[in-house]
Design a protein around this ligand. Structure first.
Ligand code: NA7
Length: 538
């Protein structure tokens, strides 16, 4: 149903992806609150509602990329492939929404244009594009971390005579590439998924690569009956694993160091991990993300794989010219990405050496004057991650403080959940939470449950207003920095974890790298100590 309906609610939730759906279920069905969810898309699904680009598929394995709070729901849904594709995830999200009867409390096609905290009434006022105002005690953002498309500001785009698309705002009717000359900008996780699929459909595909990337084969395929039975029978064990590993995935990081084994054994272990495929590759040794020399062994193995797959030595050299440690940027996994460069209709252009200068009416022109003629440009250029979706909500807190101003030098939160000056506002998977370094549904379930428990506890105590202490925020920001600096993650200078992909964005390492399991413990301790670090007012 569209139209938010002005009114007063206990809670307003912005977004109807995994986070918003589960938060609605908890607040409405467990706590009995009145809740309205505002969703700009025409249906549930969040990131998967928008990311319909060719090859769109989750990099988490399907039996861990789902809700696990309900054994019944978990066992009833049957995934068909090792990694769920976008259409299957959408079917799953709609199925959950229907099973939990969520849609009646979600206003679709409803964009939030502003949210203002009114001190006198201690209420949030949320404005929608249609001119409605919703009033709520609790405001919860469930807007995701990767939902604000980053279309690079390249001069001339407005004059391009062909069609152009960003992968995160893909037309629902799809794009027909038949007979088309396509240019794709970007070789992150998205671009790496899209290349082989576009290459198979288009007349010609030119891939514009600024930063070469590692990728490990996903080894996707249909799941057999035996595995599906195993998943149903091992619900508890799978959940225990995902909740106790640092990254929320259903595999355990090996306990051995890179240096515990001989070179030959190491090669055999990498080879086995490569054959098994997927994000598990980074779990081969426990120190890959802490010890640069250890990481180099993985990096060299993966670069050698690129050179062995890609037949043209010059193309192989460009693809393997990777200057960041393995997994210091989000590590992609693929289906025939490097193999696609062996096709006659695919070309790689290095735009690090020779950057894109402008877009002409006919294509893309590089600094040295070369023009690539194109009918379609695909921007797989990522997102204004983590802070982008929050800042565009135009949130204003106490004393007219805009979130944009409060975070002008970078985001500052306590636990990624709350910020000083914004009482009763909770940010699910906000900056300073493990979010993007974790298998998302695992992180989301923990956040939504913590928030629901917190609201229940505050209501019981008669607390009307909650906001973090400035000192608690200072300590948390410092801890987030320490956690990042204990890893190789900040060494990838151009990663979106650091905000480096958006010109002018402050360079702050945003996610919490201390691991989901540790984070869960910290959040539990904070709650057990009566919400230590938060100011609670009656
Ligand atoms: P990413 O990982 O941010 O990748 C974006 C890619 O686009 C990356 O290769 C960028 O190069 C490239 N890019 C961005 N702007 C430009 C310009 N102006 N010129 C050339 N190349 C550019 O986004 P994805 O969508 O792939 O992945 C995001 C997450 O979604 C992913 O990690 C999963 O968690 C799901 P750069 O590296 O900045 O040099």
């Amino acid at each position: 149903r569209s139209g938010a309906g002005s009114g007063t609610y206990d809670a307003v939730i912005i977004g109807a992806g995994f986070s918003g759906m589960y938060q609605l279920h908890l607040l409405r069905d467990r706590l009995g609150l009145s809740v309205r969810v505002l969703e700009q898309g025409g249906g549930v699904g969040g990131t998967w509602y928008w990311n319909r680009y060719p090859g769109a598929r989750c990099d988490s394995e399907s039996h861990s990329y789902c809700f696990t709070f309900s054994p019944e729901l978990y066992r009833e849904w049957e995934w068909t492939e090792r990694y769920p594709g976008q259409p299957e995830i959408m079917r799953y999200m709609n199925w959950v929404a229907d099973r939990l009867d969520l849609k009646r409390d979600i206003a679709f096609d409803t964009r939030v244009t502003g949210a203002r905290y009114d001190e006198a009434s201690n209420r949030w006022q949320v404005a929608t594009e249609a001119g409605e105002t919703l009033t709520a005690t609790w405001l919860i953002t469930a807007v995701g971390c990767l939902s604000t498309a980053n279309v690079p500001k390249i001069p001339g785009l407005e004059d391009f005579k062909g069609r152009w698309y960003h992968t995160g705002q893909w037309p629902h009717e799809g794009v027909d590439f038949t007979g088309q000359r396509v240019g794709q900008v970007g070789t992150g996780s998205t671009g790496i998924q899209a290349v082989p699929v576009i290459a198979a459909a288009a007349k010609h595909l030119t891939v514009f690569q600024r930063t070469a990337n590692y990728s490990v084969p996903a080894r996707n395929g249909p799941l057999d009956a035996e595995f599906k039975d195993w998943v149903r029978q091992n619900y508890e064990a799978i959940r225990t694993t995902t909740q106790s590993t640092p990254n929320g995935h259903p595999f355990v990081i090996a306990d051995r160091s890179t240096w515990d084994v001989t070179e030959e054994e190491r090669r055999a272990l990498y080879e086995a991990a490569w054959e098994k495929g997927g994000l598990q590759f980074r779990a081969t040794f426990r120190d890959l993300l802490q010890d640069k020399a250890a990481n180099d062994t993985a990096a060299e193995f993966l670069k050698a794989k690129i050179r062995s797959i890609v037949k043209d030595p010059a193309t192989a050299a460009k693809l393997a010219d990777i200057d960041h440690p393995y997994a210091a940027k989000r590590p992609p996994i693929d289906t025939d990405y490097f193999e696609a460069f062996n096709r006659d209709n695919v070309a790689l252009v290095d735009v690090r050496a020779n950057p894109i200068e402008r877009i002409t009416p006919d294509g893309i022109q590089l600094r040295d004057g070369t023009e690539h003629k194109l009918d379609i440009i695909v921007f797989a250029t990522g997102f204004d991650a983590m802070t982008g979706p929050l800042l565009r909500l135009n949130i204003t807190g106490r004393d007219g403080l805009a979130l944009k101003e409060a975070w002008a030098a970078g985001p500052r939160t306590y636990l990624g959940l709350q910020a000083v000056g914004f009482p009763n506002l909770f940010t699910i998977t906000g900056p300073g939470s493990p979010s993007v370094l974790c298998n998302m549904p695992v992180c989301i379930e923990q956040h939504a449950e913590w928030i629901a428990d917190c609201i229940a506890a505050l209501r019981e105590k008669g607390v009307a207003r909650m906001e973090p202490e400035p000192a608690a925020v200072d300590r948390w920001v410092e801890h987030v920095n320490e956690a990042a600096n204990a890893t190789l993650l900040p060494q990838a200078g151009h990663s979106w974890y650091l905000g480096a992909n958006v010109p002018g964005k402050p360079r702050v390492f945003m996610p919490y790298a201390g691991g989901m399991a540790r984070y869960r413990e910290i959040c539990n301790e904070v709650a057990a100590k009566g919400y230590e670090g938060f100011v609670l007012n009656k």
